[in-house]
Structures are given as C-alpha cells and as structure tokens.
Ligand binder design. Structure first.
Ligand code: PLP
Length: 413
C-alpha cells in the first residue's frame, strides 16, 4: 500500500467500533475483567482484550498504559513508521526528556546537538546537570568520535536542527554510536515519517513532537517515540514506572490529523519553496536557511537523506534590528501570526532571540537578525504579499557595511 493510502487507514479498526467510520473516544481510568484470573493474566501481558500485538508483553491491567483510543494512535504511528512500536507522551518536550531519563543515569554522559530545540538544551543545562549526568553539546556536521567518553550512553540527534537548519551527518553519528554501544534518538519533528525515517538509517529511536505536523491543527500538545525490541522495552518500562499518560480525546484528534498529513506536507513544501526562493532575492534578506534550497551549505546531504522538505525555515536579515524595529515588521501582518511552534494550518512568524539560541559550538557566521517562518496552508501568493509588506516596514535598506561606507563617504566629501 502506498504511504498516502496507509495514512488514511492506519490504526483504525472499523470492526472494533461496530462499523463506525471513526474510533470511539474511550474515557476510562480503569479496565474491567470478568475474572480475577483474567486480571492477573493481563498484568502479565496476556490480556483477553486485543491491545497491541508487538511481541512485547504489555501490562494491560489498568488505563495508565492507555485506553484503546490511545492504542489506535500508537498503532497508527508505528504503521506509518513502517516498523517498531510507538509510545505517546504529553508533549514533544516530554518525549525528549523522557528518552534521556531512560538512557542516562547519574554518572552517564550524553551528547546533545548544539542546534537542538532550545527547551531540550535548557533541560540538559539545568535538570541533567543537577542529576549528575554529564552533557556535551556537539556540532552535528563534524566528526564526533573524539567527544565519546567511556560513560557516554546516549546521543541526541535533531535533523535539520532548530532555527539554523543544519543537516546532521547521521551515517557518521550512527556508526560511532554503534561502535561504542551508545543509544541514538532522532527528533524527526521537522520531517515527519513521510520525509525521513530515522530507524531505517540505524537510529534507535524516532521521536516526534506530534503537536506539530502529525496532529497538524495547533489544538493539542503531544509527543511520540517509535522504537524496536529491547530499546522499546526500556522506554515502555519507564513509561509505566513514571506514570506517563495522555488523554484519549487528544489522541483521537492527533489520529484524525494523520489522515491529511500527506496532503498537508505536500502543500507546506511547495509553498515554503516558493516563499523561500522569493525571500532569497529580497534585498533585506541576507540568507535563507532552508535545506531544500541549492544555496544551503548541506543541500546535497539533505537530498541524500530526505524525500522532501517541510514548511519551516529561517531567514537572516541583512542587519541586526532592534526589538522595536522587528516588532514593526511583524506586528501588523495580515496572514502570518506571531507565535512559537509550527505545523498547524496557520502561517507563523517569529523573530528569534539570539540569546535563546545560545549556540556554543557552531559558529553562526551571520550578523543579521534571525526570523523563523512557518508556511501554513494559505495561498502562497498571499503569504508573499504579506511578507513583502512586512519587510518594507523595516527601517533601513542599507546593510551595516553600506552604513559604514556612507559614513566614510560623508567624511571624505
Ligand atoms: C516543538 C518542538 C518540540 C517540542 O514539542 P512540544 O510538543 O511543543 O513540547 C520538540 N522538538 C522540536 C524539533 C520541536 O520543534
């Protein structure tokens, strides 16, 4: 079955719902059994109810492991990934932090990309250090062999990285990890399984902020992981022990979002490419950071790994603007809204605070202000007009170098 068709059907079992097209939203804190024996069997992973057939003994004796609505979604995500099993978390950030808690303990050392989602870095800098876990922030485009220590237990990957969109050298990272028996986790939120499948490249855990494209409508927060075998078992053990739960209604919505994922991603890509190309020619834009553009330094590497591009990228303006100047640019847009996150239907724009990016390893090499752009599902021409008007509100055409030149001219004149 083609992926587009699979996305429509994945995880749904019409017979279970008495023929209803859509899964019911089960609201239940407990699971009932006809006999005590059935209850004990369920706790040992042999439930009389059809739960998840993944060869992993699951304790299905209480709804802390999810209602059927939750399982319909996790089954769907594993089907779309094409392998492994999925677990659902209350947010993308929680999936990230939970993966670290699962594969690192006091005395361990973890590698986290320097260009990763900034809340993950904040977690590492505060919570991990407090718990005696050593952290090295690494440049995912460089050789990482020398960063491995005897106690390195985990490498976190995010490709492309947040805000600056560098592509990680996955093949190299996975090779080094396997040589040292280190677990790898790849935050694949930007691509979704449609554009890139981390497990197929030897990564141990594919991780998603379901909040973004998978749910796709900016109406819930959710995370997910997909993994196989022993790695999945460890994550599942932790899941039960920590009491991680998600709500059925949110899972229903996320599952519904999957059905339009293919059509949405296609549209996000075509719009983003058109908008990015247009921005590239704009005089106030110094650089467009989007792997799908041939001008991206790792465009070739991106092509090797990814089947396509999604709708988020950044631009670097030709000058560092003040907060007030950036406000004037984005405050009165007609279609783009100001807001964090992305992956819904609505276009979003956000000037990025360089401090929150806090890159220590990678040299950014750009002088201007960063602005993240998410191209939603509106008409691409409308988005370009909106950006055109916004950029025209920036106060000064000249770059800083031009200013210096003009000053010098004035002095000599
Ligand atoms: C948004 C985001 C997350 C966090 O997801 P939430 O559900 O908002 O917590 C994680 N990783 C990446 C790459 C993201 O963009």
């Amino acid at each position: 079955m083609k992926e587009e068709s699979l996305l429509i059907k994945a995880g749904r079992k019409f017979n279970d719902y008495k023929g209803s097209m859509n899964p019911p939203v089960y609201h239940s804190s407990t699971i009932l059994f006809p006999t005590y024996r059935n209850y004990l069997d369920a706790a040992n992973g042999e439930s009389i109810y059809d739960v998840i057939n993944d060869g992993v003994a699951r304790d299905y004796s209480y709804s802390n492991v999810g209602t059927p609505t939750v399982h319909y979604l996790s089954n769907a995500l594993a089907e779309v990934e094409g392998r492994g099993q999925a677990l659902i978390y209350p947010s993308g950030l929680f999936a990230l932090t939970f993966a670290i808690l699962t594969f690192a303990k006091a005395g361990s050392h973890v590698l986290i990309q320097d260009n990763s989602y900034y809340r993950l870095k904040r977690f590492a800098e505060s919570e991990l250090l407090k718990r005696g876990v050593g952290v090295t922030f690494y440049d995912p485009t460089q050789d990482i062999a020398s960063l491995i220590r005897s106690n390195t237990s985990l490498i976190m990957i995010e490709t492309p990285g947040s805000v600056t969109f560098e592509i990680s050298n996955i093949e190299h990272i996975v090779k080094v990890a396997k040589e040292h028996g280190i677990v790898t986790v790849c935050d694949n939120s930007w691509s979704t399984p449609l554009l890139f499948k981390p497990l197929d490249c030897g990564v141990d855990v594919a991780l998603y902020a379901v909040t973004k494209y998978l749910a796709g409508h900016s109406d819930l927060l959710m995370g997910a992981i997909v993994a196989e075998g022993e790695i999945f078992k460890l994550l599942y053990e932790g899941y039960k022990n920590y009491g991680v739960t998600v709500q059925s209604h949110d899972c229903y919505l996320a599952h519904r979002g999957l059905r339009t994922l293919h059509a949405r991603m296609k549209r996000h890509q075509s719009t983003a490419i058109r908008v990015a190309r247009w921005l590239e020619k704009h005089s106030r834009v110094e650089k467009v950071l989007y792997p799908a553009l041939p001008s991206h330094p790792q465009h070739k590497l991106w092509k090797n790994y990814f089947k396509g591009a999604s709708g988020v990228f950044s631009i670097v303006l030709n000058k560092k603007y003040s907060c007030e100047e950036l406000s004037r640019m984005v405050d009165h847009m007609k279609i783009f809204n100001i807001g964090a996150s992305w992956g819904g239907c609505d276009s979003l724009i956000l000037p990025m605070d360089r401090k929150s990016m806090s890159r220590s390893v990678m040299s950014l090499g750009y002088n201007g202000s960063f602005v993240r752009i998410f191209c939603g599902l509106e008409d691409p021409g409308d988005l370009i007009s909106d950006l055109d008007a916004a950029l025209a509100r920036l106060p000064c055409l000249e770059s800083q170098d031009d200013n210096v030149e003009r000053e010098t001219k004035r002095v000599t004149a």
